[in-house]
Design a protein around this ligand. Structure first.
Ligand code: IPM
Ligand code: MG
Length: 306
């Protein structure tokens, strides 16, 4: 058997059901190493609450640099009620957000496919979901998740004010839209771009920049714009109208959880977080399920490893 170049993966099992899910991933990687002409090298590290408990930080520099060196990071889940009262900057989720931001993983692909055998598992009628195959492309390194200013500050009247800022630039919008258009060309050739251009300037910019890129480079792809609240409704009413949905960080977070239930379970949606390509044409990647750490079922051996 000819073995190809060693590919290094960093596994970050994290918290809750994360280690159970990653335990299954490890078996698959080991199976490939044994039975196929592949040779994956696996490293493991701590991220999330488990890292906070041991090192006082959700991700150590050492683990972070390992992530930078690896070809791909495979992450389980982070967070849980145990860390509810931890200082905000040290919360388990900060590890995940740091990895996404610093590895520049701006495009998060969340495919929602309804497997024939699981049609009955959805809470929706079989005819609504059977054959469903949609791809949500969520912007992952911008928007309200990362915008400045942010924080909680006291104000004059003795109250406090919570602040988060939603911003997007032309290039941030167009690079993720490009991913969506490229994907659509390999699928049903249809992109639905979602924002709230009726109330948010950044949403209006989103719409205009997606349209602009379409007109310049992707005229052959069908493009529709949809308000994000309408998209939430349409996902329940007639989800099969969608092929590729491209949307911002926050709407993508919510719409993908919603889409997961069309497939039967939140446990069934994987995601690939991809960054820009380097000169060799390789892109950084982190693979993570879309679900959280599910502390209520952790350790019971019932987490869905798919
Ligand atoms: C997701 C998750 C994360 C997010 C959390 C765990 C920070 O909900 O990947 O969808 O909000 O992005
Ligand atoms: Mg989410």
């Amino acid at each position: 058997m000819i073995k190809i170049k060693k590919r290094k993966f960093l596994l970050l099992p994290g918290d809750g059901i994360g280690p159970e899910v990653i335990g299954e991933v490890k078996k698959i990687i080991q199976w490939y190493n044994k039975n196929k002409s592949l040779d994956f090298e696996i490293e493991e590290g701590l991220a999330g609450g488990i890292s906070y408990d041991k090192h006082g930080t959700p991700i150590t520099d050492e683990v972070f640099y390992k992530a930078l060196e690896c070809e791909a990071v495979i992450l389980g889940a982070v967070g849980g009620p145990k860390w509810d009262n931890v200082e905000f900057s040290k919360k388990p989720e900060r590890a995940l957000l740091k990895l996404r931001k610093e590895l520049k993983l701006f495009a998060n692909l969340r495919p929602a496919i309804c497997f024939k055998q699981l049609v009955e598992a959805s809470t929706l009628k079989p005819e609504v979901v059977s054959g469903l195959d949609i791809m949500i492309v969520r912007e992952l390194t911008g928007g309200i998740y990362f915008g400045e200013p942010r924080g909680i500050k006291p104000i004059d009247n003795g109250e406090r004010k919570g602040i988060n800022t939603h911003t997007y630039t032309t290039s941030e919008i167009q690079r993720v839209a490009r991913v969506a258009f490229d994907l659509a060309k390999k699928r049903q050739n249809k992109v639905t771009s979602c924002e709230k251009s009726n109330v948010m300037e950044a949403g209006l910019l989103w719409k205009e920049e997606v349209q602009d890129l379409h007109d310049k480079e992707f005229k052959d792809v069908e493009l529709n714009h949809m308000l994000a609240d309408n998209c939430a409704m349409q996902l329940l009413r007639n989800p099969k109208q969608f092929d590729v949905i491209v949307t911002d960080n926050l709407f993508g977070d919510m719409l993908s959880d919603q889409a997961s239930m069309l497939t039967g379970s939140l446990g069934l949606l994987p995601s690939a977080s991809l960054g820009a390509k380097n000169k060799e044409g390789q892109m950084r990647a982190m693979y993570e399920p879309i679900h959280g750490s599910a502390p209520d079922i952790a350790g019971k051996g019932i987490a869905n490893p798919i």
